[in-house]
Design a protein around this ligand. Structure first.
Ligand SMILES: C[S@@+](CC[C@H](N)C(=O)[O-])C[C@H]1O[C@@H](n2cnc3c(N)ncnc32)[C@H](O)[C@@H]1O
Length: 295
């Protein structure tokens, strides 16, 4: 990377437009499949502006300080670090969430959990007063649902204290901290003897073999504990599904994210454990993504 100086030997300025073009090419060659977007997100972060505003500033010389900060981020991105960790935030359900390397980066697929809970409430299949989010990570599910359902109280748990610190910050940022209790511990243990109308979870469901096949941006940077369930991918569900049954009110719902490959097995597990109305719900692309069941 040599775009540090404000101009080349031939006097051409490293203005914003030129920085974007050069860096997009560089990140493409470094293996990013979203190089232009990565470039624009990183540059707008360093400039402190909305990404869309870059398009009105192509001719601007951003100055040496900005170029130096940008160069450092681009170097880390080229080494595989996800953009969300470099800028420290990610959008989920149109809300901005803080993320760190202690938390999984929110995925768009997980928005389907929120949507399914909202569908249950809109269809009057549940009128929740209390919802639990198991494995809350950065807190996206509890915080988003708390924003959408202002009458509901939440308990959000995770095995990682460090993740819970991030989740608490997100709850405070979105002004819902007074309705979410964050607790540390294994699966439903932190729920103690309370009962809930809905339990949501996007637990680890990647098998050990699948994890080895993951892109290095995932394998080397995201917390393994947030992704890997065990040899088959079903191991966390096999503990969570029976535990959740004991923590749901009669007629309460369990709403779980899964992978298209595991959806049928998970559906069967819920049915075996005595859940009713078990169903597989598709994601935006039509893939089996969320499994729901009622107790
Ligand atoms: C796939 S991440 C989901 C995070 C967040 N809910 C989301 O959707 O982005 C799974 C989360 O479960 C947590 N976790 C892993 N094993 C756990 C366990 N045994 N008990 C509680 N939480 C666990 C991880 O720390 C991680 O935050």
């Amino acid at each position: 990377m040599s775009q540090a100086n404000s101009s080349d030997a031939d006097g051409q300025i490293w203005n914003i437009g030129r920085l974007i073009n050069w860096t997009s090419q560089y990140l493409t060659e470094s293996g990013s499949d979203s190089a232009r977007l990565d470039t624009e997100v990183l540059l707008s972060e360093v400039l402190g502006c909305e990404r869309i505003m870059l398009y009105t500033r192509f001719e601007e010389d951003p100055g040496d300080n900005v170029r130096a900060k940008f160069r450092e981020l681009v170097k880390q991105r080229a080494a595989g670090c996800p953009v969300a960790y470099l800028v420290g935030h990610k959008e989920f359900f149109s809300l901005k969430f803080k993320v760190t390397t202690d938390t999984l980066i929110p995925r768009p697929d997980t928005e389907d959990i929120v949507q399914n809970v909202l569908d249950l409430t809109k269809g009057n299949l549940v009128e929740p007063n209390a919802i639990a989010d198991i494995g809350t990570g950065s807190g996206i599910l509890a915080v988003t649902l708390a924003r959408e359902l202002p009458q509901v109280q939440f308990v959000a748990s995770d095995i990682s204290d460090a993740a819970l610190t991030v989740a608490r910050d997100n709850a405070a940022f979105h002004a819902v901290a007074d309705r979410i209790e964050f607790r540390c511990g294994d699966l439903c243990t932190p729920l103690e003897n309370q009962a809930f109308d809905v339990i949501v979870s996007n637990p680890p469901y990647v098998s050990e073999a699948e994890f080895e096949q993951c892109d290095r941006t995932v394998k080397e940077f995201e917390p393994r504990q947030a992704l890997v369930a065990g040899p088959t991918g079903l191991e966390i569900y096999q503990r969570l599904v029976p535990e959740a049954k004991d923590r749901l009110h009669p007629n309460g719902w369990l709403v779980l994210e899964t992978s298209p490959m595991l959806a049928e097995s998970l559906k069967q597990l819920l049915a075996e454990q005595g859940y009713r109305n078990v169903d597989i719900k598709p994601d935006h692309s039509g893939n089996p993504r969320v499994v729901i069941g009622q107790i």
